[in-house]
Design a protein around this ligand. Structure first.
Ligand code: DX5
Ligand code: ZN
Length: 217
């Protein structure tokens, strides 16, 4: 069994009732896709802080914050007070290792798990030096920036390589895959070694969200 983090990016109307539906359907986390309009074209910063604030008041289920932002520190400060389960930022957005280590330290010192996300075209080896300090890695299986895309098959081998390295180095870093995940590709991702699957449209658009989540678990 793996864990499921449902992305709320594509939810527009009746958000609160859909949040409740997802909670009773067994999602393990709510995945908050924060986009700043600079790191990626779309800007979801207003609606995502609204959703995350609402979720923090109405459900005990963990909030999995995915920052697709250039000014990482600004958004960490904004989300840390909601006491999310985790905050993850993109390796492509960091300026240098010192900055990354400071952000990691800052998130951890607030008792929040820290993750680093990596785009499809970024070599997985680039993240290896950070693994001992991270709770998780989000391997992007689509280009960041929107929901409803097709999974990029070549990213599956990145998950496999990452899992092998984690085992070899006896680390306990969690692997989360994010984007284009559904019942047709989940078994390949499981075989590659993922621990958490992020799914947005597959779950949110399903008539029976409980079955959709169970199909992935
Ligand atoms: C893309 C986001 C993903 C996406 C997942 O930038 O990081 O979380 O919303 O949605 P689906 O599952 O529809 O690809
Ligand atoms: Zn995401």
């Amino acid at each position: 069994m793996i864990e499921i983090s449902t992305s709320v990016l594509t939810i527009e109307d009746n958000a609160v009732s859909i949040f409740y539906e997802l909670e009773v359907s067994g999602t393990d986390y709510f995945h908050i896709d924060v986009m700043d309009g600079k790191f990626v074209e779309k800007d979801t910063s207003k609606i995502m802080i609204d959703y995350a604030t609402t979720l923090s008041h109405i459900t005990p289920i963990g909030i999995d914050v995915h920052l697709m932002c250039e000014d990482i520190e600004k958004f960490v400060d904004e989300y840390i007070m909601l006491e999310p389960d985790s905050i993850s930022f993109h390796i492509e957005a960091i300026k240098n290792k010192d900055q990354a280590m400071n952000i990691i330290q800052d998130i951890k010192s607030n008792n929040v798990k820290v993750g680093m996300a990596i785009n499809p075209n970024t070599d997985i080896e680039k993240i290896f030096e950070y693994l001992p300090f991270l709770h998780k890695v989000i391997v992007m299986t689509v280009e960041p920036g929107k929901g409803g895309q097709e999974l990029i098959e070549s990213t599956i081998s990145k998950i496999k390589k990452l899992k092998e390295y984690i085992i070899e180095k006896n680390l306990d870093t969690i692997i989360e895959a994010d984007g284009g995940i559904n019942n047709n590709n989940i078994s390949k991702l499981k075989d590659a070694g993922l621990d958490i699957a992020v799914a947005g449209s597959y779950i949110v658009n399903s008539e029976n969200k409980k079955d959709a989540i169970l199909n992935l678990k």
